[in-house]
Design a protein around this ligand. Structure first.
Ligand SMILES: C[S@@+](CC[C@H](N)C(=O)[O-])C[C@H]1O[C@@H](n2cnc3c(N)ncnc32)[C@H](O)[C@@H]1O
Length: 219
């Protein structure tokens, strides 16, 4: 695979054109396992903004955590290592199977689930929700639906940490992954949720990559 991101974009384009906004993820993970090519977002390391956020907490978070679109499980394992009771889910059964193979002794509950139709039992059930880069790989109405669904996981007094590529409203939408505008970030503001902290980061690169790192709290 000469350009993994171009391949992912093409799978996304075909899938979305068929009206299936999530079908391409399983296809990508399956092909990657079969053909051995890299997936652009997989780096087999915890998200650096999650690591930073954890380091900035006066006390380590406690209770139940959920990791959205967990990929190959590195963020979930980091949280479980801190003593949190972690559920991590993916729409791709192949990715979930890989998590279980990578971490056979893990305390994390890895689940195949769709954030757009999650188990009812997850509503308000988590002290910490972590979302990195899932909303931005969904098109159209699925983006706001995804953000609202994630916000609904958060228990009273709980926290949601969301990381996403960002763009100004006047910038073109671009190609998948489609960065979030500031207005789209507000889709996490379900009733009872407030924005506790927002960092707007420009990651150096060619071109530089702007990101939101947003912390929401439920009152
Ligand atoms: C850009 S990747 C980010 C993966 C991981 N969070 C990370 O930061 O490395 C987005 C992930 O969300 C998963 N995903 C996409 N749509 C989903 C959905 N509707 N429900 C659950 N997972 C989904 C994809 O399979 C993919 O692994």
């Amino acid at each position: 695979m000469s350009d993994p991101r171009a391949h992912a974009r093409e799978l996304a384009r075909q899938s979305v054109a068929r009206g299936d906004v999530t079908g391409w993820f399983e296809q990508l993970y399956l092909e990657s396992e079969r053909d051995g090519f890299a997936i652009s977002w997989v780096d087999f390391a915890p998200n650096p903004y999650l690591v930073e956020w954890l380091q900035g907490q006066a006390a380590p978070p406690r209770g139940r955590a959920i990791v959205v679109g967990c990929g190959y499980g590195d963020d979930a394992e980091l949280l479980a290592g801190l003593g949190l009771d972690v559920v991590a889910f993916e729409i791709s059964p192949t990715a979930v199977a890989r998590c279980r193979r990578r971490f056979p002794e893990s305390a994390v509950e890895y689940v195949v689930a769709d954030v757009l139709a999650p188990p009812v039992a997850w509503s308000g059930a988590f002290d910490l929700a972590f979302e990195a880069y899932t909303v931005q790989v969904l098109p159209g109405d699925a983006r706001a639906a995804c953000a609202r669904s994630i916000a609904a996981f958060v228990a009273p007094a709980g926290t949601l940490l969301a990381v996403a590529r960002s763009r100004r409203p006047e910038d073109p939408e671009g190609l998948m992954p489609w960065p979030l505008t500031r207005d789209e970030l507000d889709c996490f503001l379900a009733p009872g949720m407030r924005l506790a902290n927002l960092r707007e980061i420009i990651e150096p690169g060619d071109p530089p990559v702007p990101r939101f790192v947003a912390e929401f709290r439920r009152s």
